[in-house]
Design a protein around this ligand. Structure first.
Ligand code: NAP
Length: 395
């Protein structure tokens, strides 16, 4: 896994409140389904300059949807999400564990709970990280991307996905080939839209140019973004706005660090104070090393502000990401229905005063948790380069 290094955010004045956001009132764009209550909870934002509306909160199946959980829990989370208005579900070929199992489980839910509802859902998948052995099982070749998409469709039992992403930038494959594969997927009807994930602003601009030339505009960029990982504020958001590309921010809760889960963790006794059910307890994508005294101080400072706003830390963290109207959606994970419901309630208060934003800025600084940094720096992004680490598979 790549060592995640601190990068100081270049803060761009982006302080719109809910009243200035381009949200569509939920009453105008609520998925209605006989037998399910209409959703009052989640509003929708336009994805860049496209015709596609996405829910302000989307649900990702990276973790919590593998063989390590009962299918019943997954179904409860996904169906509750839909009831709350979350129409967008984000997958990738390698989500699990083991890789592929999240797509298989989601396919099962589509066949049962969501039977007949395909047109009300936006389903995405991606290819880029290691999926199978040999030279064609990762990165950005046409060979890998298009074979992987076939496999994803088969696992989910779908004819098409709504969004197909290049999951990471491949410095060794011509970008024209990678974008050509995305455009082919759209031309073949196997995806409706194309997207990129964790691309630098330079690579994103070039990807957008290539895709436009091929007649398949780039719909969306999926970068990591949270109060403790603000790299997209430097230039990526400006590029997305210029190009008319949407932005779906992943890990907005910093994998759970920006929730109440870690408030009782003591850095000097992590073993003794870490909740057993916390992602960090697995020491996988959320390394225990992230739980430094300095980072936990930031988390506590932010939790105090959230409390004054009458929100939980998780709710404030999501509202804060959505303060910028260029962020189309925040892409969360949830290991329980309770977490999901708490997070969706963030939408009840999206407005920040300038004083709150200024105070948040004192704590919301880079915490060295961006394990996807290698991809977003590989495309020529000018960067404060204290990083050294090797590439990390997001599994
Ligand atoms: P996240 O929302 O930052 O973290 C989700 C985790 O935080 C949950 O699984 C849960 O972990 C904890 N949590 C959530 N709500 C909570 C609450 N209210 N109270 C306490 N704990 C709470 O997002 P993420 O799971 O890291 O990523 C979200 C999605 O983004 C993924 O599923 C995937 O679709 C996408 N993603 C994309 C990439 C990419 O390269 N494109 C990379 C990573 C993620 P516990 O297990 O501790 O309960």
């Amino acid at each position: 896994m790549s060592a995640a290094e601190p990068t100081e955010p270049t803060t761009r004045a982006a302080t719109p409140t809910a009243s200035t956001s381009p949200e569509v009132p939920s009453t105008e764009a609520t998925p209605t389904d006989p037998g399910r209550p209409p959703s009052p909870a989640v509003g929708y934002r336009r994805t860049g300059r496209s015709g596609l509306l996405l829910p302000t909160i989307s649900l990702g199946l990276w973790q919590n949807f593998g063989e390590d959980r009962p299918l019943a829990t997954m179904r409860d989370i996904v169906t509750r999400a839909f009831e709350l208005g979350i129409t967008h579900f984000d997958l990738a070929n390698n989500y699990g564990p083991p890789p592929g199992s999240a797509e298989r489980h989601f396919g099962e839910i589509l066949r049962t709970d969501f039977a007949g509802l395909r047109n009300r859902l936006v389903i995405s998948t991606k290819a880029g990280y290691l999926m199978w052995d040999g030279p064609y099982g990762e990165w950005g070749s046409r060979k890998y991307l298009l074979s992987s998409l076939e496999e994803s469709l088969a696992r989910m039992g779908l004819d098409y996905v709504d969004i197909f992403y290049s999951h990471r930038f491949d410095p060794h494959t011509p970008l024209e080939e990678t974008m050509g594969a995305l455009a082919s997927a759209v031309q073949q009807g196997k995806a409706l839209y194309a997207g990129v994930s964790s691309y630098s602003s330079t690579a994103t601009r070039e990807a957008a140019r290539l895709l436009r030339k091929m007649g398949t505009p780039c719909l969306i960029h999926q970068p990591s973004y949270s109060m403790l990982n603000r790299w997209i504020e430097g230039s990526l958001l400006n590029v997305l706005e210029d190009e008319g590309i949407g932005c779906i921010a992943f890990s907005p809760l910093a994998q759970g660090l920006l929730t109440s889960k870690y408030l009782n963790v003591t850095p000097t006794d992590i073993e003794g104070t870490l909740p057993d059910d916390a992602r960090a307890a697995k020491d996988g994508s959320f390394r225990r090393g992230f739980l430094t005294e300095e980072t936990l101080e930031k988390v506590h400072g932010l939790a105090r502000i959230a409390k004054r706003r009458g929100q939980t830390l998780a709710q404030m963290a999501l509202a804060w990401c959505l303060r910028d109207p260029r962020v189309t959606s925040v892409l969360i994970g949830a290991s329980s229905v309770r977490q999901l419901e708490e997070n969706v309630a963030a939408l009840e208060n999206l407005a920040f005063t300038q004083e709150e934003l200024d105070e948040i800025d004192r704590f919301a600084t880079d915490a060295g948790i961006n394990i996807w940094r290698a991809s977003s720096e590989a495309g020529g992004e000018p960067h404060d380069d204290r990083a050294t680490a090797a590439e990390r598979d997001e599994r």
